[in-house]
Design a protein around this ligand. Structure first.
Ligand code: HEM
Ligand SMILES: [Cu+2]
Length: 604
């Protein structure tokens, strides 16, 4: 191991860090593990909570898939909840299940696992800070998720059941209480839950921006930050500008439901034979407000993963990231463009074709920075000494699957094509390739990669690879045929498409996909066992098991309170693998250059 991976003997640094916060001394169980102010504990709290919701979301998905494969046959395990229908799922229950599957996956899994779990754990460690700028706010951002957990969780048990208006919550379904059983109480809880998630995200966002701007260690310039941090930083900016719109819109919808306003209900609206006009509102207004948040939100759901994957690829290709600065500008470009494309979700809403055209063009422009990133990932691994570790396999999967998801996005961005495939399974294929085959695979890669830093022990590589391989096969088996179904017109969000004869021949393919989905969920048992077993019995990791450059790998595993047992001083960026200045193939950010060496050349 090179000398730099060891801490320097700067006792001042130790003393300074230990005294930095007054809270470092009381060591009660509550303040250490429950209401902890330590960013690492909060990150791990987010990780555990979101993984539990991941399981719940996965089971909801299986129930949805069961109905698509074998409609009206009793769902195993759920049958007793639907006795009125002889164990069958009602169409309303189906609608509720896919609504809550998407809601859980997006708002309780993907967004909080990226920003809440990895953002919290990694930001201070990667920039050389001893904690977040506002530790109490940070703790609150985790605990504000609990009212959300309770609202969404409890909504399954209230009269009418959980929300059934889709994760997009379009009026009039979401506003008119008689529209569907879930519109009665479930929808109110849904809106409240969403508000709490929003409050939590906003607290995190403010904290991350402040921390990254103000608390970097000496020498850690903005352009020496790992791409993970750039991804987190720009995500935080996106949250700050997009979230207020959703929060306000959610409140307006809540008022429409509970206080008789009519922001989103049209004049003369009749739903299920009830006249519900409060007058003068516009259902379409909701769509605009919702997508003004939720399109940027899809980047909130992937930019941090893009950053983490970049770090993993560079480490295991043993090469500098190809085009570091273009990568940063691409993340920023994707985020900026993300604010002017929301109308691509509304091409069939009757918008003026001229407006549709501008949304089409701006959406297609996003392909540019996306392609820059993709080519730079390929450039990074090109000619590298690739080590096919478990995190690397997941990262490679992220890149290849993101290409599929990005390409289907371009199809949909073309208005004439989208008019045909909108609301078909093609859309479902697209967002599962970007969100599951992309982001979720990136998250697994990140878990395998940073697990040793989190818990001080390694996960098992053999079972990691088995987990990867089976997940990769099953996910493609589940999601790829959705393109075929979608191109054939198979509708999304319909409890029984086989009602129409033209879709009946698609049932066997759907059954195959459901088997793959069951296999995919079952495969996660391997991951769960590996995760918990390794936490206690995995081989001890040491500070830098992957021989990586990033600053976090110079801290102890797991880092103690205050993170670094020395004062970090940063000499270079995190991607200097194979530098001629050192005989090792890696060159940690804190390792001083050899005496007489020319100043390190930054890679651009
Ligand atoms: C090259 C980049 C991308 C392009 C051009 C693109 C384009 C589109 C378009 C045009 C739609 C609307 C299709 C329709 O409903 O008719 C859509 C839907 C969607 N996209 Fe993307 N997309 C891209 C990347 C992403 C990424 C990175 C994510 C998430 C990580 C994402 C998540 C989604 C989701 C969740 C939907 C469905 C929303 C819903 O109706 O429920 N997309 N995309
Ligand atoms: Cu979009």
């Amino acid at each position: 191991m090179s000398s730099a991976a060891l801490p320097s003997h700067d006792s001042h640094g130790v003393a300074h860090h230990a005294d930095a916060h007054g809270h470092g001394h009381s060591a009660s169980f509550l303040s250490t593990y429950v209401f902890s102010l330590d960013h690492k504990v909060i990150g791990i709290q987010f990780l555990f909570s979101t993984l539990i919701w991941f399981l719940i979301g996965g089971l909801l998905a299986l129930a949805v898939r069961w109905q698509i494969a074998w409609p009206w046959s009793p769902v195993p395990g759920l049958a007793h909840l639907y006795t009125a229908e002889g164990g069958q799922m009602s169409p309303e229950a189906y609608t509720m299940l896919f609504t809550m599957h998407a809601t859980v996956m997006i708002f309780l899994v993907i967004i909080p696992i990226l920003a809440g779990a990895f953002g919290n754990f990694l930001i201070p460690l990667m920039i050389g800070a001893d904690d977040m700028a506002f530790p109490t706010l940070n703790m609150l951002s985790y605990w504000f998720m609990w009212p959300a957990f309770i609202c969404f969780g409890a909504s399954f048990f209230v009269e009418g059941g959980a929300s059934a208006a889709g994760w997009t919550s379009y009026p009039p379904l979401s506003v008119v209480k008689t529209a569907t059983p879930g519109s009665l109480n479930g929808q109110t809880l849904w809106l409240l839950g969403l508000t709490f998630v929003g409050v939590s995200s906003m607290m995190g966002s403010v904290n991350y921006m402040t921390t990254i701007i103000l608390m970097r260690a000496p020498g850690m310039t903005m352009f020496r930050m790992p791409l993970t941090i750039w991804g987190m930083f720009i995500t935080a900016v996106l949250q700050a500008f997009a979230l207020p719109v959703l929060t306000a819109a959610g409140f307006m919808q809540l008022m429409d439901r509970e206080m008789g306003t009519g922001f989103f209900t049209a004049e003369g609206n009749v739903v299920n034979n009830f006249s519900v006009s409060a007058g003068g509102g516009q259902p379409l207004l909701w769509q605009h407000l919702f997508w003004f948040y939720s399109h940027p939100a899809v980047y909130i759901m992937i930019l941090p993963a893009m950053g983490m994957v970049s770090d993993i690829l560079s480490c295991f290709a043993r090469k500098p990231i190809f085009g570091y600065k273009p990568m940063v500008y691409s993340i920023a470009g994707i985020a900026g463009l993300g604010f002017i494309v929301w109308g691509h979700h509304m091409f069939v809403s009757g918008m003026n074709p001229a407006l549709g055209m501008t949304f089409m063009v701006s959406t297609m422009m996003i392909a540019l920075p996306s392609a820059i990133k993709t080519f730079n990932w390929l450039g990074t691994i090109w000619g590298g000494k690739i080590q096919y570790t478990t995190p690397m396999l997941f990262a490679l999967s992220f890149v290849s699957m993101f290409i599929i998801g990005g390409l289907s996005g371009i199809f949909m961005a073309a208005t004439p094509v989208d008019i045909f495939i909108h609301d078909t399974y093609f859309i479902v294929a697209h967002f599962h390739y970007v969100l599951f085959a992309g982001t979720a695979m990136g998250v697994w890669g990140a878990i395998y990669f940073w697990f040793p830093k989190m818990f001080g022990r390694m996960m098992n590589e053999f079972w990691g690879k088995v987990h990867f391989l089976l997940t990769f096969i099953f996910l493609n088996g589940t999601f790829f045929p959705m393109h075929i179904l979608g191109a054939g017109g198979f509708p999304r969000r319909l409890a029984d498409a086989y009602h129409y004869e033209l879709f009946q021949h698609m049932q066997p393919l759907n059954a195959f996909m459901t088997w793959c989905a069951i296999g995919m969920v079952a495969t996660q048992i391997i991951f769960a066992i590996n995760f918990f077993y390794s936490m206690f019995y995995g081989p001890v990791a040491g500070r830098n098991p992957w021989k990586a450059n990033g600053l976090e790998w110079s801290a102890p595993s797991p880092p103690g309170h205050g993170n670094f047992d020395f004062q970090p001083i940063i000499y270079r960026g995190p991607y200097e693998y194979g530098s001629p200045e050192t005989t090792e193939d890696y060159y940690p950010q804190i390792q001083p250059p050899p005496p007489g060496a020319k100043p390190a050349v930054e890679h651009h």
